[in-house]
Design a protein around this ligand. Structure first.
Ligand code: HMG
Ligand code: MG
Length: 297
């Protein structure tokens, strides 16, 4: 059954901007401040990773320190290790995320270690987060296909998801990193996963490389999934997933949900404004049909 309301997890300032031309800190701050006015409850504002690997995120500490915070909004950041977690603490992140892969090839390319080593590295992060009362979200990449290893087994996804939940993640976001998923594949995957894990502990994170993200979200919603990751204007992609495009556009997800009678709490026009603002800074057009259609009205 469809949920009556969903939580949208805005990843534009992180997933979106990590794969675009690096922007000035103040532009990012202005962007996030605009997003904060659109009714979003969760905004991923940066990541504390190697600046050599992802230079676009190198100023995450300064971005987070300069935000005009709304205390009803969760501002989060990616933290692959203790070093990252400590930076997130000094940035006053309300929440952090650890990120693993369901496939070995992507794990090696993205975070430079095996799946099992990554889970070991996350243990001290989980312990420190618990000590500081910071909620931790888990990401799992390549839940459908891996750019290095090919198709991923649903059982493998279920297994690593279970481990992340057991370690203390309050939710795991399932990432179709290269956007090859289709509704049938997504249905098969979610069937396996929600057989073992309560659905409110599962989020979906679909990249739109093959244009299937929205039908995949419709599929996930129909199965009762109520947390959706999205990136305003469809920005972004992962630097370690060659050819992968941005996430599904948040504007498109909001429009779909509202038309289905599912509440999001988001003001679509204000959200679209934030998308236009950041696209202007990047000198690109929004990759959101809804945003373009709104503008043309
Ligand atoms: P490592 O490569 O194993 O090596 O790092 P290291 O631990 O020896 O560190 C290498 C260098 O990074 C050192 O600096 C460290 O100090 C520094 P150097 O001595 O060379 O000058 N370093 C750090 N700097 C800042 N913050 C840190 C940090 N840790 C080490 N926390 C590491 C492992 C994971 C850090 C590295 O491989 C890395 O940064 N990888 C990039 C991962 C990344 O950001 N990928 C994109 C995000 S994930 C994603 O997009 C997928 C997702 O959207 C879901 C989906 O779509 O599937 C979430
Ligand atoms: Mg992603």
């Amino acid at each position: 059954d469809f949920p009556t309301s969903v939580t949208l997890y805005e990843v534009g300032p992180r997933d979106g901007l990590q794969n675009e031309t690096a922007l000035p800190t103040q532009t990012k701050v202005d962007f996030i401040n605009l997003l904060s006015q659109s009714g979003l409850s969760h905004i991923e504002t940066g990541s504390f990773v190697s600046a050599k690997r992802v230079p676009q995120m190198a100023d995450s500490l300064n971005v987070m320190r300069a935000l005009e915070r709304d205390n009803t909004i969760t501002y989060s950041a990616l933290t692959p290790n203790i070093q990252g977690f400590e930076m997130a603490l000094s940035a006053q992140a309300n929440e952090v995320a650890i990120f693993a892969s369901a496939s070995e090839g992507f794990s090696q390319h993205n975070i430079n270690c095996s799946i099992s080593d990554s889970l070991k590295r996350f243990e001290p992060v989980m312990a420190l987060a618990l000590l500081h009362n910071i909620p931790v979200r888990g990401y799992l990449s390549c839940v459908i296909d891996c750019p290095y290893d090919g198709p991923t087994e649903a059982n493998q996804v279920m297994h690593v998801t279970n481990t992340l939940i057991d370690m203390g993640c309050y939710q795991v976001s399932l990432g179709d990193t290269i956007g090859t998923g289709t509704p049938l594949k997504v249905a098969n995957l979610l069937d396996t996963v929600i057989n073992h894990i309560p659905r409110h502990q599962i989020a979906v994170h679909f990249h739109n490389t093959w244009g299937q993200a929205l039908p995949n979200i419709y599929q996930a919603l129909s199965m009762g999934i109520d947390t959706i990751d999205a990136s305003v204007a469809g920005l972004g992609g992962c630097p370690y997933a060659p050819g992968a495009s941005g996430n599904v556009a948040t504007e498109d997800v909001v429009y779909l949900c509202h038309q289905l009678g599912i509440e999001t709490g988001i003001n679509l026009n204000m959200l679209a404004e934030a998308g236009w603002m950041i696209c202007q800074a990047l000198n690109i057009s929004p990759r959101s049909n809804v945003s373009l259609a709104l503008k043309a009205k």
